[in-house]
Design a binder for this molecule. Structure first.
Ligand SMILES: [Zn+2]
Length: 416
């Protein structure tokens, strides 16, 4: 199985090239807004939207007009990508089951003060290539690139963007996944909470590094400085840039940490079970804490890394109770967030709240995977290792009847 992944690299454009990159970014934004307004006009008129090929045709036609001369300066493949993105955004906002909102207009540089425009080029007939520390981009030329890691395969697309005052290019490449592991031996469940980034059922505790909190004093200083300066002045701009840079630093620290942690999680266990976190809901409740804990990021990164390794990744249902369950006798307790340790009311075992939660996540994941037939592969391993494990499975809440049915369905699906 092949997977398309993005790899981000720093760009170090010259002043001349930077001006051109900014220009291209603004073209992409302008084109997006133009096509979106055209779509809205069309929808008001006859309740339909323009499809990609219609939008591409429109771009072709507009190039002939004097006012749209800038479209000629823009890379044509990149302009088609804008149309493609808009089509996807429109489709997503109308398809059921997805929660995407209707696409919005992109605001201009002046309104936002700090712009983060981006545009995407496609590698048609090898027009994007890396030679001698430079990446050649269509209609821009050879831009110096920091190649901190080797390319995996051929470049498919390249997205150039300005983030926190730095230029980045993300190159999409196709990566071959390792074949799915036939013998999956270790199943580890992970609990995510406010104190720790992850707690594994194998006893792994990963402390939350709290990067935002570490930079809190510095952040406050710059914010005070910013509030004292005249809005829009040169000195104000300087503070604004400093603030932006610091936010950039924090987000890069978080990303690096999340990558390292998810890499080691994906490497150490064959079956990885996570909770399905309602990150959006939690952000409303306590946004800063959730963001500082890279909650959503960890699960996303672990998922693709596990797939690359041929491991199994599973998320248990959002409403399955995991915390406050005794891992010895499954007795359920109720207590508030401050309780970190508890003694089971039924069997009297003293246990750590987070570890118990992780173990219950692992148990639920195991049941889920067995019921859906995904870990039918894991079954023989468990049988030879400990026969009691399969007994637990037979007596599970799914009942013998439904379990047989599930198994039959699975066999049915397997048969050619
Ligand atoms: Zn108990």
């Amino acid at each position: 199985m092949k997977k398309t992944l993005r790899y981000n690299y720093r760009l170090k454009p010259t002043a001349e090239q930077e001006a051109k990159l900014i220009e291209f970014g603004s073209y992409a934004r302008g084109l997006w807004n133009l096509l979106l307004s055209e779509n809205m006009r069309r929808y008001r008129y006859d309740k339909t939207f323009l499809f990609y090929h219609e939008m591409a045709g429109l771009i072709r036609d507009l190039k002939k007009f004097e006012e749209f001369i800038w479209l000629k300066a823009f890379d044509s493949a990149a302009s088609q990508q804008v149309a493609r993105d808009l089509e996807t955004a429109l489709k997503n906002s109308f398809s059921k089951g997805r929660l995407q909102k209707f696409p919005t207009f992109k605001v201009t540089f002046k309104q936002k003060k700090l712009h983060d425009d981006s545009f995407r080029c496609v590698n048609n007939s090898n027009c994007i290539r890396i030679e001698k520390g430079n990446v050649s981009l269509p209609k821009i030329g050879k831009v110096p690139i920091v190649l901190h890691r080797k390319l995996v395969s051929k470049i498919k697309t390249a997205t150039v963007q300005l983030k926190h005052g730095k230029w980045y290019i993300s190159l999409t490449q196709e990566v071959e996944c390792k074949s799915a592991k036939q013998v999956v031996s270790s199943l580890v469940g992970y609990d995510i909470n406010s104190q720790h980034t992850v707690v594994g059922s194998d006893g792994r505790y990963e402390k939350n590094p709290k990067f935002l909190k570490k930079s809190a004093i510095q952040l406050k200083q710059i914010q005070v400085q910013l509030s004292r300066r005249n809005k829009g002045s040169k000195r104000w701009q300087k503070s604004k840039t400093r603030l932006n840079k610091l936010h950039g630093k924090i987000s890069r620290q978080r990303l690096a940490f999340a990558h390292l942690l998810s890499f080691s999680i994906a490497k150490t266990s064959d079956i990885i079970v996570f909770e399905d976190l309602n990150v959006k809901g939690m952000q409303q409740f306590n946004g800063q804490m959730v963001n500082d804990n890279v909650m959503g990021l960890i699960t996303n990164l672990t998922k693709y890394k596990a797939e690359l390794n041929g491991a199994v990744y599973h998320e248990i249902g959002r409403f399955v109770k995991s915390s406050g369950i005794c891992h010895e006798c499954q007795h359920q307790h109720k207590f508030d967030l401050s309780v970190r340790e508890f003694t089971c009311e039924a069997c009297g075992v003293l246990q750590c709240r987070d570890l118990a939660a992780a173990k219950s996540v692992a148990d639920t994941g195991e049941k889920d995977l067995m019921a859906s037939g995904i870990v039918a592969r894991a079954l023989p391993k468990f049988q030879q290792k400990s026969p009691s494990k399969t007994k637990v499975f037979e007596r599970s809440k799914f009942g013998v009847g439904s379990e047989k049915k599930e198994a039959a369905q699975f066999r049915f699906a397997e048969a050619p």
